[in-house]
Write a protein that binds this ligand. Sequence first.
Ligand SMILES: [Mn+2]
Length: 385
Amino acid sequence: MLIPALSDRISSEQKDYFMHHLALSGSIVVLTHQNPDGDAVGSSLAMRHFLHAIGKTDVTNIVPTSFPDFLAWMPGTEDIVLYESQPDWAAQKVREAELVICTDLAEAKRVAGLEDALASRTKPVLIIDHHLSAVCTEQPWQIAFPDCASASELVFRVVCEYVRHSSDAEALFARILTPEFATCIYTGMMTDTGNFSYNSCHPEMYTIIATLLTTGINKDAIYDKVFNAYSADRMRLIGYCLYHKMRLYPEYHTAVITLDRKEMYRFNAKSGDMEGIVNMPLQIKDVYYSVFLREDKIPPHQREQAGAAKVKVKMSFRSQGDRPVNSIARECFHGGGHMNAAGGEFFGAVGKAAEAFEQVMPKFFRRAETITNAQTTNSEVTNTK
Ligand SMILES: [Mn+2]
């Protein structure tokens, strides 16, 4: 099997570190971020399939919180340990494994209750990630490229570099490149680019995909399983959000959707059902910012931080073009992220979170240079009264 020719930015120190610790380690934990998405599950399971292919048998995949149903078909999910179901056992594994590999994850605070276990490790932790928070520090243990569209793509690249060091590289690559491995990598690349509709112009992405397709995987079937898998409840929830709950601020090109716990209960909303709703208002002409606020329970590890608040609000921010949303998330809502996709949180009810957002919006979101005739007329009428 021919190894694809890809540009290589992984330093020789990083490669040496990876090789060295893989060779030394028997027990390995593969960890990814909480509320795992297609790239989190894809990159971490691809890593599992790779480790098995090179003869590692003691591999444990742990997710901090459950993953959505539309990813449950992915090969290897049956072996994933959910921290929430076995917290003590999972934390012990994270503390004691000879090597922990974090994919699509660079921040200890994104592993829910596993934060302390991860922070207390004295044995090595290897990071393979593409989030901004993982800005490459050139540390040998941190393979981080924020301009890489998905962690899954990065895992594929790391695997290719690993293979190149083997004396019989092509035979080894053929052993690793199974349909299971390819499916996981493809799913992560597909979901983190919205089925190749953003962050998807790098020609090498398609070189990688061409290689994955040689295993016989059906990319159209993968799309169907992930994107055409809505429940009727989710479809109705989306309709409700767009019809009843979307508020527009034309002067800021902004749309805001809020959901409280009662509404989520009414639509039987499950983890993952809210996924992607934040992107929808951006399909409206002249809406460049979208904000989605939804209430959530306060997890045990945040009770102290929450104070008197009974609920917290998860805040998602999206934007188009050169309009940053990570600054508002970072400076006002304990969060952060990329320029066009960021997240934050607020302790309190969703109405309060919306008020807090409205107050700071003018400081962070760019005001329209020209407002429409209709709005001008309205404000003139108001002014003369
Ligand atoms: Mn990702």
